[in-house]
Design a protein around this ligand. Structure first.
Ligand code: NAP
Length: 284
């Protein structure tokens, strides 16, 4: 039976480190601060914001909530982004998305200063992930996968890793980060042939296809480490992932659960990015 790699202890360890770093900053009169920009009152945005505020308070990060009306113009959001970019007391920015359909999301995201892009959504941040240069921050979910591997003592060097998914939010950045850790990486997508074979040949599998319960026993073999990034809800409203865990658990060596796996680490990563941004802004 596989080890269940829960996200909670990974998040707790990361939070402890972030809290100590935030305290050290506060002793030097720097209050690490996250600005959250929300447009309108979408319940999922509010739920995410509430969770982020709670986590921030627990680790000593201050939050500045900026709420624009759902009818806000593109220009208003533009001004808000310039304002947070220019404010030296704000170290990180979380822009809740998707933006209203009337707005040019790509253009607006591009206005965000990469050094404050703690959510890893700008081209500058992705450039940093791909070049290895310290520009911006990695997308939190991709970074959460790496935090889990590190916490559970996985040395990626020389290991074969297969990433299913090539989105800019998860698949591509996590593939680059695995390569940075000296894994040999295969990236799969909808046009990949022999997907199950590609998955079976890997020692580390990152399942980020965004397809509920797509991967069953036929995609895995013994000895594998499986990170299930997918977030879905089944007919009974129960959260589940890309992997049919009950089927796969008896085969592989370790697997992250859904819920309580990768998703449990992402906000902790976000807060650690805010503190790092504050350290960098003040040359600490
Ligand atoms: P996405 O933008 O829809 O990308 C999915 C990727 O998977 C695409 O590259 C797609 O290939 C590939 N794919 C889809 N169906 C496939 C198939 N049948 N065979 C092979 N590849 C397939 O999704 P995403 O934003 O990366 O998110 C992926 C999953 O992670 C979603 O379930 C999402 O809810 C979840 N997620 C979780 C967290 C977290 O905190 N745990 C955070 C963000 C996202 P093509 O490029 O060829 O279309």
């Amino acid at each position: 039976m596989a080890q269940i790699w829960k996200g909670a202890p990974v998040a707790a360890a990361l939070n402890e480190k972030t809290k100590a770093q935030a305290e050290a900053l506060r002793e030097k009169d720097v209050i690490p601060t996250l600005a959250i920009i929300r447009i309108g009152e979408r319940p999922d945005d509010i739920a995410y914001e509430t969770g982020a505020c709670k986590r921030a308070a627990a680790v000593g990060v201050a939050v500045f909530q900026l709420v624009l009306s759902e009818n806000a113009s593109e220009q208003e959001l533009e001004q808000t982004i310039y304002m947070v970019n220019d404010d030296p007391h704000i170290h990180g920015v979380l822009l809740l998305r998707p933006l209203p359909k009337t707005m040019n999301e790509e253009r607006l995201v591009g206005l965000l200063a990469p050094e404050k892009d703690v959510d890893g959504i700008t081209d500058g941040s992705l450039c940093g992930v791909f070049t290895g240069k310290k520009i911006g921050y990695a997308p939190c979910t991709a970074q959460a996968c790496m935090e889990i591997l590190e916490y559970y003592g996985v040395d990626c060097t020389g290991k074969k890793a297969t990433v299913v998914g090539r989105s800019l939010v998860v698949g591509r950045p996590v593939a680059m980060m695995l390569m940075e850790k000296n894994a040999t990486v295969t990236i799969c997508h909808t046009r990949t042939k022999d997907l199950s074979q590609q998955m079976q040949q890997a020692e580390i599998v990152i399942a980020a296809a965004g397809r509920r319960g797509m991967f069953g026993a036929d995609c895995f073999r013994e000895g594998q480490l499986v990170l299930d990034v997918g977030i879905h809800f089944n007919e009974e409203g129960k959260m589940c992932g890309d992997v049919r865990t009950a089927e796969v658990e008896p085969i592989v060596e370790a697997i992250t659960p859904v819920p309580g796996g990768v998703g449990a680490v992402t906000t902790a990563v976000l807060m650690s990015h805010v503190v790092q941004a504050a350290q960098k802004a003040h040359d600490f």
